[in-house]
Design a protein around this ligand. Structure first.
Ligand code: UT7
Length: 332
């Protein structure tokens, strides 16, 4: 059995910055409310005709490959977490494979929303452990802003979600001191409709109709309160599960990288775990919530900022639509 290790991380976010001020011109909201309830000051939204999930993830992937010091030809497999693929089908993985000029390697899509990246990492980890693949490109990327209801009705979701891409290269670890120690995946589908998007749906009469558009079936719908309440419980549970499984204490964590759902959720977890500020990575203040993109983007930025050092104990945790939640514990 091999152990897997993150060899490099990269990210890309669209150039367009959307401030709270700009949002307050579209809907009944204001900077004070958004900052107080979410911690977000600004976020990035895609520019139609310029940014796609494919080209953003390709940029993030190239950065990850460069930092891992590997060439595209060395990639054996792609695992792509997104719920906002450019096409309804085929999935995002094959489009990224083409964009990177890779031929015939497998490409797998994961649709677990905010927990998608940890699910993807877990799948890639199993392939490396068994020796089936040596280097896997693991991606989390989204364009959420095109699914946001920017009227007063959709304001609680519209102020949170954003666009961006992150990627890591997972490879074999040649030392016991580095690598993924464990991953923990959970779901509870009984809450599916607390955060969901109805259309395009395969089980209706047609997948797209004027009626569906008029009804707003293409918008992301979220019961923010319900999601928040479950999130704070599940985040804590799944982090504890990872720590207990590996026989380590919360004090030993060097960096917690939570899915960037809402700064208040991250602060709640930080407080419960009694971690000092330097041990928790947050970038939601200026990037918003990019669903499957948040954790790989955060890893890339944390590495750039020198907050990830060889041998550091890093805990990843996420909660979101499904509900699905997950954690991973690793030595950088
Ligand atoms: O990514 C993973 C999944 N997502 C999450 O984890 C998100 C979890 N949920 C949240 O982050 C929060 O629930 C929200 C940020 C979405 C909402 O914050 P909240 O503190 O739960 O607010 P609320 O929904 O309880 O609404 C409080 C008030 C309401 O007004 P009334 O009924 O008290 O008069 C809302 O209508 O705030 C109002 N409101 C807003 N006001 C200004 C809701 N959205 C806005 C807004 N601007 N954007």
């Amino acid at each position: 059995m091999f152990k897997s290790r993150i060899l490099g991380a990269g990210h890309y976010v669209p150039e367009r910055i959307v401030t709270n001020e700009e949002l307050s011109q579209m809907m009944d909201t204001n900077n004070e409310w958004i900052v107080e309830r979410t911690g977000i000051q600004e976020r990035r939204w895609y520019t139609p005709g310029v940014d796609t999930v494919t080209n953003m993830s390709a940029k993030a992937s190239r950065m990850a490959m460069e930092r891992a010091k590997i060439s595209p030809e060395e990639i054996d497999f792609i695992v792509f977490a997104t719920i906002t693929s450019d096409y309804f089908l085929p999935g995002a993985g094959v489009l990224l494979q083409r964009e990177l000029g890779l031929t015939s390697i497998g490409a797998l899509d994961i649709r677990n929303a905010c927990s998608g990246f940890i699910y993807a990492l877990s799948v890639a980890d199993q392939f490396i452990k068994t020796g089936m693949y040596k280097k896997i490109l693991v991606v989390g990327a989204e364009i959420q802003s095109s699914a946001l209801d920017k009227s007063d009705e959709g304001r609680s979701s519209a102020v949170i979600f954003a666009d961006g891409a992150g990627a890591v290269i997972l490879g074999q670890s040649h030392s016991d001191q580095h690598g993924i120690m464990s991953t923990h995946l959970h779901a509870d589908g009984s809450h599916a409709e607390e955060l969901y998007c109805i259309a395009p749906s395969s089980s209706g009469k047609v997948r797209i109709s004027q009626e569906m558009i008029d009804r707003g079936d293409f918008f992301l719908k979220m019961n923010g309160n319900a999601v928040f309440k479950h999130a704070v419980v599940r985040f804590m549970e799944v982090i504890k599960e990872a720590l207990d499984h590996n026989g380590v204490t919360k004090e030993e964590i060097d960096l917690l990288v939570p899915h960037q759902a809402n700064l208040r959720i991250s602060q709640y977890i930080q407080q419960k775990l009694q971690l000092p500020d330097e041990k928790v990575f947050n970038n939601i203040m200026y990037l918003g919530n990019t669903t499957a993109g948040t954790i790989p983007i955060a890893l890339s930025q944390a590495w750039e900022q020198g907050r990830l050092k060889e041998g550091d104990l890093v805990c990843l945790a996420a909660f979101g639509s499904g509900f699905a939640w997950a954690s991973a514990l690793l030595r950088w």
